[in-house]
Design a protein around this ligand. Structure first.
Ligand code: ADP
Length: 487
C-alpha cells in the first residue's frame, strides 16, 4: 500500500473533493431549475386567484350574501370560461358580453359573431356593458380603481404563496391584444416571469392584465436556502475531514521518519560505549594487564565511564517512556533554582575541561524558589546546558540567568551556537525531532529526546519553555516557572 499512500493519495483525494463538489453543484443546479418551475407555477396560481377575486368584487356590491352568486363567480370553471372568452378576441371574433344582475337571479349573455369570410375591414369588437348615465371619463376612473384593486390582490396572493417579489403589471388593449406601453412591454420581454392575460372586472372590457416579475432568482434561492447551506456544509466538512486526514498522515510520516532516525542514532550511541568496553576488556586479557596495575586501572576507569554513559542513555529513554505514559509522578518540594543551577554549572565545568567551554552564570540577588522535583529540574538544566555546549562547537560560551518576576521564576540559557531557524522553534520540542542537516546526516550525535523531556517536565510544573534566536545569533531558551508559595 506504500505506493498508494505516497504517490496517489493526494491526487485521489483532490479528485474525490472535486467529484463531490461537482456532484453537489449538479444537484443544486437541478434543484434550482425545479424550484424555478415551482415558483412560476405558484405565481400563476397567485395571479389567477387575484383575477378571479377582482372580477367577482367588480360586480359583488349588493350581492355579497348570495352564496350561489359568490360560488359561481369565484369558481375555476367560470374563470376558465371567461379566459377562453377573452382569448377569442385575439382570433378576430367579435363578441358581446352582457350581464343582468337582479335580486333573485343573474343573467349573463355572451354572443360571439364569427365572420365566415375574413374581410380586411372586419375588426374584433367587444360590446361592454354600460350603466345608464356613465361617461367615458367615469368609466376610465372606475377601471383605474379596479386595476389598483387587482394590483393589491396580486400582491396579497403572492404573500399568501410565500413569494416576496418585486413585480409590475402590463396592460393590453382588450380588443386588439396590443400592449398599452411599448417601453414596459420591452422590459417585460426580458423578465423571468410573465403571467397569462387576465381580465380584472366584469363591467368594462378596456384592458387585460399581465403580471411581470423581472427576476425570480432571489425567491428561488431563498426557497433553496436549507439545501444550499447543507450542501456548503457538506463540502466544508468533506474538505475539513480530508485536511485532518492529511495532517494526521503527514505527522504519522514525520513520526515514522523521526523514529527511524532515532533508531539509527540510538544504535550508534549504544554501540560506541559497548565497543569501547569490549576493546578495553579485550586489551586487558590479550596483554595480560593484570600485571600492569596502572594500565589496568586506566582501562577499568574508561569502561566504568562508558557503562555510566550507557546507563544514562537507558535512563533517558526509560524516563521519557514513563513520562509520555503518564507514569512519572513528580515529588515536588521547596527547590532553590539558583542552587540547582549552580550545582549543574559546576559539574558541567568539571566535565568539559577538555573542550574550551565558558559558562557564565548571573544569579539574582533575590531568592528564586519553586515547588519542584529536584531531580527532574536538575535534569532539565543539565539538558539545556549540555545542548548549548554540544551544538556550540569548540568555543562554547553559555550564559545563564535566573530571576524572579511577578510570581514567576525566569531562567534563561543563551549559547553562541548555530541558532535555531524560526520554523523549528516549536518542532524541536517534539519527540525524536532533530533539525535536519545535510540529508539528515547529523554531525552532533543525539537522540531527539532531550528537549521533549525538558518541555514535558516544565509543563508538569505548571510552567512553559520557549526558544528564540535565529541562525547566527545563537539560541536563547527561556523557562518560566511558577514561584513557590507558602499555603
Ligand atoms: P538531541 O539529542 O538531538 O540533542 P534534543 O531534543 O535535545 O535532542 O534537541 C532537539 C534538536 O534541537 C537537536 O537535534 C538540535 O538540532 C536542536 N537543538 C537543541 N538545542 C540546540 C542548541 N542549543 N543550539 C542549536 N540547536 C539545538
Amino acid at each position: 500500500m506504500k505506493w498508494l499512500s505516497n504517490r496517489y493519495t493526494y491526487p485521489l483525494v483532490a479528485l474525490a473533493i472535486i467529484a463531490s463538489i461537482g456532484l453537489q453543484s449538479a444537484w443544486l443546479i437541478q434543484l434550482f431549475r425545479a424550484q424555478q418551475v415551482q415558483v412560476k407555477r405558484d405565481l400563476d396560481q397567485a395571479v389567477e386567484n387575484a383575477a378571479r377575486m377582482s372580477e367577482y368584487l367588480s360586480i359583488a356590491p349588493g350581492h355579497e350574501n348570495k352564496n350561489n352568486f359568490r360560488n359561481f363567480f369565484l369558481s375555476t370553471e367560470w374563470l376558465q370560461f371567461k379566459q377562453a372568452y377573452t382569448g377569442m378576441h385575439h382570433l378576430g371574433i367579435s363578441s358581446r358580453f352582457e350581464s343582468d344582475i337582479k335580486d333573485d337571479s343573474t343573467r349573463i349573455s355572451i354572443t360571439l359573431r364569427i365572420a365566415n369570410q375574413r374581410s380586411g375591414r372586419s375588426k374584433a369588437r367587444v360590446i361592454s356593458m354600460f350603466d345608464d348615465g356613465e361617461t367615458i371619463e367615469s368609466i376610465k376612473a372606475a377601471d383605474k380603481k379596479d386595476l389598483r384593486r387587482m394590483d393589491s390582490l396580486v400582491r396579497l396572493e403572492c404573500r399568501r404563496q410565500n413569494i416576496q417579489v418585486k413585480g409590475f403589471h402590463l396592460l393590453y388593449d382588450y380588443k386588439t391584444g396590443k400592449p398599452e406601453s411599448k417601453e414596459i412591454w420591452a422590459r417585460a420581454r426580458t423578465a423571468d416571469y410573465q403571467s397569462r392575460h387576465f381580465g380584472y372586472n366584469l363591467n368594462f372590457f378596456i384592458h387585460t392584465y399581465q403580471f411581470v416579475v423581472p427576476s425570480i432568482t432571489e425567491v428561488v434561492l431563498y426557497r433553496m436556502r436549507y439545501y444550499l447551506v447543507s450542501s456548503l456544509l457538506m463540502i466544508l466538512l468533506t474538505g475539513l475531514a480530508f485536511w485532518f486526514l492529511f495532517k494526521v498522515m503527514r505527522s504519522q510520516r514525520l513520526y515514522t521518519d523521526a523514529r527511524l532516525a532515532f533508531t539509527g542514532n540510538m544504535t550508534h550511541e549504544l554501540k560506541t560505549p559497548v565497543a569501547v568496553i569490549e576493546a578495553a576488556l579485550d586489551a586487558i586479557t590479550r596483554y595480560q594487564l593484570m600485571n600492569d596495575p596502572v594500565k589496568l586501572e586506566n582501562y577499568i576507569t574508561i569502561s566504568k565511564s562508558e557503562i555510566k554513559r550507557l546507563n544514562l542513555m537507558i535512563d533517558k529513554v526509560l524516563n521519557l517512556e514513563q513520562l509520555d505514559n503518564g507514569e512519572i509522578n513528580l515529588r515536588p518540594e521547596l527547590y532553590d533554582v539558583q542552587q540547582g543551577l549552580e550545582s549543574v554549572v559546576s559539574s558541567m565545568r568539571l566535565r568539559n575541561t577538555a573542550k574550551n567551554v565558558i559558562i557564565h552564570y548571573f544569579p539574582s540577588e533575590e531568592p528564586c524558589f519553586v515547588d519542584g522535583d529536584p531531580m527532574h529540574l536538575t535534569n532539565v538544566f543539565y539538558n539545556l546546558i549540555d545542548n548549548g555546549i554540544k551544538y556550540s562547537g569548540p568555543e562554547a560560551l553559555i550564559t545563564l540567568t535566573c530571576e524572579p518576576a511577578d510570581d514567576r521564576i525566569i531562567v534563561t540559557v543563551q549559547d553562541n551556537g548555530p541558532g535555531i531557524p524560526k520554523m523549528y522553534h516549536n518542532r524541536i520540542f517534539e519527540r525524536f525531532f532533530r533539525i535536519p542537516e545535510n540529508l539528515d546526516i547529523h554531525t552532533v550525535k543525539g537522540t531527539g529526546l532531550g528537549l521533549h523531556y525538558v518541555k514535558q517536565i516544565i509543563m508538569k510544573h505548571g510552567g512553559n519553555i520557549t526558544v528564540s534566536g535565529e541562525p547566527g545569533t545563537g539560541s536563547l531558551f527561556i523557562i518560566n516557572l511558577p514561584a513557590y508559595h507558602e499555603i
